[in-house]
Design a protein around this ligand. Structure first.
Ligand code: ATP
Ligand code: MG
Length: 427
């Protein structure tokens, strides 16, 4: 098939002969004239079909085309102020690639449930195309940033045997008669990877059986995870700040127009971000009348309140040990807190969780036992501390949470083409 098609949104000159390929949005008939609103991945364009310029059998067939029919158009560019985009194509030939069934289920006013049931079709909308383009660019920019900064992409398994973030949100499955799980995080495997490549990352789905309905939890989300050898808490905080601020600035440069068509108020956050300890955080909250018992984790509401108090993105560090998974390194100055950090953002709360890992074999063994896990299940993970351990730190960032922030989405399910939540696994 010849591929010399021009995109709807590309600039064109008066009189230029062009070929377009796309999907019919609407066909309006005005006697001997048809106006086709044609869509491709770049945008919309108006195609005008004149009965006397085209075979009349074709004309009648085009007139009857249903929404989403795919067509190829050959024609000439004409400037026309009334046309969306300022130009239209006067068709000389229209070829119908596939005529669409007339009952396209997505119409104005359909409920959000119907839109969700037909997500495989609703992603064709202009707004969704833009959103998915921004998502694609965001993924590319994160990868590029890491590769530019000497990180290596390291692929990790999805099928695993031991919990990383605690048993409550594990999806269990039958693995040839043995229990296995879908991974909640690739962190442990990345930790193995640093002994081979030192600075590693992965961008892949993590799975969490989140049992409550919230606007910021998916059961399958895209997790950017980074792990670095010879790195401590401060080192990893600096890395998180740099990657997030740089990537969002680059995203704004590349996709600013598309972003603002969805969220007119977006501006990329400036570094440095504020940094406070957990103790300072609960003191700040308490001043606003929000009581957090020392030792409880911060919930979405507290995170949002903190971001408002601070007036922008904020790192919270040194969480109580009991609020964090067993692998976090206890603070040598104060054993009841760990060298961890969360990065909280406006509109969504936590976008990153990270910190320094325990690198000492005996400390890790003790923490595994304290949490009631079996050291046998973590035998290979303990090996990483047995054979030439190094200080190291890392973080995990939720791609969809970043998109909720950038695009001010009302719900995280709009940040991914095919969301998985407690109430949705179809389509
Ligand atoms: P939360 O407290 O918000 O449930 P978490 O502390 O359990 O998150 P981490 O284990 O720290 O999350 O995971 C790292 C990052 O992955 C989070 O900061 C967040 O951006 C993202 N993330 C975690 N769980 C989910 C989820 N269910 N859906 C979407 N993103 C998630
Ligand atoms: Mg976290």
């Amino acid at each position: 098939m010849e591929k010399d098609y021009i995109r709807a949104a590309f600039s064109k000159n008066e009189g230029e002969k062009v070929r377009l390929a796309g999907w019919v949005n609407t066909v309006a008939s005005l006697g001997k004239l048809l106006f086709i609103n044609l869509r491709d991945s770049s945008g919309l364009i108006q195609v005008v079909v004149k009965k006397d310029k085209i075979n009349s059998v074709d004309f009648d067939e085009i007139k009857e085309l249903g929404r989403e029919s795919s067509i190829l158009v050959e024609g000439e560019v004409r400037k026309d102020k009334r046309a969306p985009g300022g130009v239209e194509i006067l068709a000389q030939k229209v070829t119908i690639a596939s005529s669409s069934s007339k009952d396209f289920p997505i119409r104005k006013g359909v409920s959000s449930k119907v839109l969700g049931n037909y997500r495989h079709l609703s992603i064709r909308s202009r707004k969704f195309s833009k959103l998915l383009l921004i998502r694609s660019e965001l993924l590319r920019l994160f990868r590029d940033w890491l590769i530019r900064n000497d990180f290596k992409e390291f692929s990790c398994p999805t099928l695993i045997t031991a919990a990383c973030e605690g048993g409550a949100t594990l999806f269990e499955l039958n693995y040839f008669g043995k229990k296995a799980y879908l991974t909640q995080s690739s962190q442990f495997y990345l930790e193995a990877g640093i002994f081979s490549l030192e600075k590693v990352f992965t961008l892949q789905p993590s799975f969490r059986a989140e049992k409550s309905k919230t606007r910021r939890h998916l059961t399958e989300f895209w997790h950017l995870e980074v792990e670095e050898a010879w790195c401590d808490l401060n080192g990893i905080i600096n890395l998180e700040e740099d990657i997030v601020a740089d990537v969002l600035k680059e995203l704004d440069l590349k996709m600013g127009q598309e972003i603002r068509s969805i969220n007119p108020n977006f501006s990329p956050p400036e570094k440095p971000f504020k940094k406070i300890t957990y103790d300072e955080a609960i003191a700040l909250l308490s001043r606003e009348g929000i009581k957090v018992e020392w030792g409880s984790d911060l919930g979405a509401d507290e995170e949002k309140a903190l971001v408002n108090i601070v007036g922008g993105p904020v790192f919270v560090t040194h969480f109580p040990k009991k609020t964090r998974a067993f692998y976090h390194k206890p603070d040598p100055q104060r054993d009841e807190v760990v060298l961890s950090n969360d990065l909280l953002f406006p509109k969504v709360g936590e976008i990153i969780g990270g910190g320094e890992r325990i690198s000492d074999y005996n400390v890790l063994l003790k923490r595994i036992k304290e949490e009631g896990y079996s050291p046998k299940d973590y035998s290979w993970y303990l090996d990483l501390r047995k054979y030439g351990s190094v200080p190291h730190a890392g973080f995990g960032l939720g791609i969809e949470r970043v998109l909720v922030y950038v695009l001010d989405l009302p719900n995280i399910k709009f940040a991914i083409p095919f969301p998985r939540t407690i109430s949705r696994i179809y389509p």
